[in-house]
Design a protein. Structure first.
Ligand SMILES: Cc1cc2nc3c(=O)[nH]c(=O)nc-3n(C[C@H](O)[C@H](O)[C@H](O)COP(=O)(O)OP(=O)(O)OC[C@H]3O[C@@H](n4cnc5c(N)ncnc54)[C@H](O)[C@@H]3O)c2cc1C
Length: 386
């Protein structure tokens, strides 16, 4: 038999994040979202709750928990707001995890304590203006060793958490040579914020995730010490494949939260809103819509739990992570559309959370691998290759 019940510690964490999202995030996020402000105060509080260090051992300033705990926190935050959830997801999944998994002992001791405390943020620069899907083929950013330093030239696009006042470091994937088989040798190099030659462009104007911090980055003769290489030279490709597999489970959990948030909001609204002499929740057309939304959120949760369980057991989880991300991002998108419909005209108003959910859902089908990429990965795992 398979047990789908959270242990006491995980359930306690889930409940505390649920209460935080409801009591602290919900009352202020609408206003911050409209102004497009980064939620510094909320991030500081998430830091004090230990959420940034959840999957990191205590010796590096973490909580000694696991990735499942992080995903539970992401789901609960995204039930209320995805900008806050993606800030945590990117900070941990893309910022902290590569450092923890692949960094040298010195790098871990230097960076992880402040990152795990949420006092500083790390970002991961992989995507380039020329392409994020064929990322290795399109990579134009180059780094060469010169007098004991890496000299980096190139640019990165859409990099989350890269330009806040607390951003400490960006992991930059760059071509550092040519492999014996003629393919590019890719390595990851840690570039601290403020390094001369590293420029952060003004923030993008985005359709959604309005409180999340996203910038284009450019590097022109940017020099960092040779010791800033993350782990081993030439391991960049393997590093980001692993990082993205894990990140997909996290994005699936976040997407599930958004899908569930649509159910929560819709249930409350159909009991309150009246038409034709009674609450609109008595119309079977809307009941069926909400039933379908609940089914999608439920299936999305099962999918990410399954992927997280395989990951925790140390089993291959690439296919399950792709299935979870595809299932959950579809659920988020479909539920956001249905919830907005249930709210009628108010669904199109920024003052209601479902409008925010609608704007935030689309990116879930794009970031950390598009839906087409998930299908490619699943097909490949089934033995179908191009
Ligand atoms: C808000 C936001 C935050 C982000 N944060 C980060 C971050 O922190 N770090 C980072 O590195 N990146 C980040 N990204 C980048 C994101 O991961 C990429 O946008 C995504 O991987 C897609 O890459 P692309 O935009 O270059 O699209 P492209 O690769 O140009 O793809 C365009 C379209 O072609 C399709 N396509 C491409 N190749 C194939 C194929 N072989 N078969 C079928 N269809 C295909 C794609 O699915 C897509 O529909 C972020 C993006 C956004 C919008």
């Amino acid at each position: 038999m398979i047990g789908y019940k959270l242990g006491d510690e995980h359930e306690e964490l889930r409940k505390s994040v649920e209460a935080f999202a409801r009591d602290v995030v919900a009352p202020v996020i609408g206003d911050l979202y409209e102004k497009g402000e980064f939620p510094y105060d909320i991030v500081a509080q998430l830091g004090r709750m230990g959420l940034f260090g959840l999957p990191v051992p205590e010796e590096y300033g973490g909580m000694g928990g696991d990735y499942l705990a992080l995903c539970l926190a992401l789901e609960e935050l995204a039930r209320v707001d995805s900008s806050v959830a993606i800030t945590l997801e990117a900070a941990v999944g893309l910022g902290i995890m590569p450092l923890y998994r692949f960094g040298t002992e010195e790098q871990k001791r230097q960076w992880l304590p402040a990152l795990c405390a949420g006092e500083r943020l790390a970002a991961f620069g992989l995507t380039e203006p020329g392409g994020g899907t064929d990322v290795a083929g399109a990579m134009k950013t180059r780094a060469r060793l010169e007098d004991g330093e890496w000299v980096i030239d190139g640019s990165k696009s859409f990099i989350t958490n890269s330009g806040t006042s607390i951003t400490a470091v960006v992991g930059v994937a760059a071509v550092t040579g040519t492999r014996p088989d003629g393919r590019p040798e890719i390595s990851t190099i840690l570039v601290p914020s403020g390094t001369p030659g590293f420029t952060v462009a003004p923030k993008y104007s985005k359709v959604g995730w309005s409180c999340s911090d996203t910038h284009e980055l450019s590097f022109a003769g940017c020099r960092v010490p040779a010791a800033n290489l993350l782990g081993e030279r030439g391991r960049g490709y393997a590093q980001f494949l692993r990082t993205l597999d894990e990140g997909r489970v996290a994005i699936a959990a976040l997407s599930t939260g958004l899908a569930q948030g649509c159910v929560d909001e819709s249930l409350a609204y159909v009991r309150d809103r009246t038409a034709f002499g009674g609450p609109i929740g008595r119309f079977q057309a809307l009941q069926f819509k909400i039933a379908d939304m609940e089914v999608r959120a439920h299936n999305a949760r099962l999918a990410w739990w399954h992927a997280a369980a395989k990951m925790a057991a140390g089993e291959p989880f690439k296919k399950e992570a792709a299935i979870a991300k595809l299932t959950a991002s579809n659920a988020a998108m479909d539920n956001a559309r249905d919830a907005t419909q249930i709210f009628g005209g108010y669904g199109f108003m920024n003052e209601f959370a479902v409008g925010r959910f609608y704007r935030d859902a689309k990116i879930l089908e794009i970031g950390e691998g598009t839906s087409e990429v998930q299908r490619m990965l699943i097909a490949r795992e089934l033995g179908l290759d191009a």
